[in-house]
Design a protein around this ligand. Structure first.
Ligand SMILES: C[S@@+](CC[C@H](N)C(=O)[O-])C[C@H]1O[C@@H](n2cnc3c(N)ncnc32)[C@H](O)[C@@H]1O
Length: 231
């Protein structure tokens, strides 16, 4: 299965608020039943243990309806970590949905590459986002991440594979999910990455990153902790 470049309806600037909102609602449902936040929260646990941080500024890119930010907010309350949360999404409909769903913190409606170069966050996250990027944009993004994240960054996105493609093709129709989700879900799988793609892109970007697979059918790419400085 080769990586394709077919456009998603979600990326169409003409997408209506009603269509986008229906898609975000169903994405939230799919994220919940596939434990989408779990690898991110486990990584945050490890980061806090490693750094001893008790306060974190967190940017979630391609934040959609804010589901991940709400999960991170609940995680912070459970762990006693104070958080300064920011969601970023290009779609003007994302913030409206996220706010109505109770997402706290700041929100930026812009393209990720419009974030000023000097703007830094302790932690940068993204979920189901990188498949929206072309290979060239992905290399640019992989270089962008360590420049903007001071403690760590994490990408969580689907694995391009025939099994999730079939499950989503059938499942989105059986469950009568939103038309945008029915259209975009299999395209998302076909636009995503396999291990070899990610390894090649990381090498091309010239950055240090770790890669691991997470159930069910996600790749996690994380900014490798800085190597300890020897004497
Ligand atoms: C599939 S949704 C993922 C939403 C959410 N993170 C989740 O896990 O369910 C991808 C989101 O990325 C946003 N997006 C795509 N390209 C973007 C870009 N270049 N800059 C900012 N947001 C972008 C889209 O508007 C969309 O809301």
């Amino acid at each position: 299965m080769k990586r394709i470049n077919r456009p998603e309806w979600m990326d169409d600037p003409a997408a209506t608020e009603a269509d986008f909102e229906a898609a975000l609602k169903d994405l939230e449902f799919l994220g919940r039943i596939t434990f989408g936040a779990r690898p991110t929260l486990a990584w945050l646990d490890a980061l806090v243990k490693r750094t001893g941080a008790t306060h974190l500024s967190v940017l979630d890119l391609g934040a959609g309806g804010g589901e991940m930010l709400r999960a991170v907010s609940a995680w912070g309350r459970r762990r006693g970590i104070t958080l300064d949360l920011t969601g970023l999404d290009r779609s003007p409909w994302a913030e409206t949905y996220a706010r109505a769903a109770g997402t706290e913190g700041n929100w930026l409606t812009c393209d990720l590459f419009d974030v000023p170069a000097e703007q830094k966050y302790d932690v940068i996250l993204c979920s189901l986002f990188t498949h929206h990027l072309s290979d060239d944009e992905m290399v640019r993004f992989l270089r962008w991440l360590p420049q903007h994240a001071t403690l760590g960054w994490l990408i969580s996105d689907v694995h391009r594979h025939w099994l999730p493609w079939i499950v989503l093709w059938a499942g989105t129709r059986l469950l009568r999910l939103a038309p945008m989700v029915i259209h975009d879900s299999t395209i998302s799988i076909s636009r995503s990455f396999v291990r070899e793609d990610l390894e090649g892109l990381i090498e091309h970007a010239g950055i240090s990153a770790e890669l691991h697979w997470s159930f069910p059918f996600r790749w996690i790419v994380q900014g490798a902790p800085a190597a300890p400085t020897g004497r």
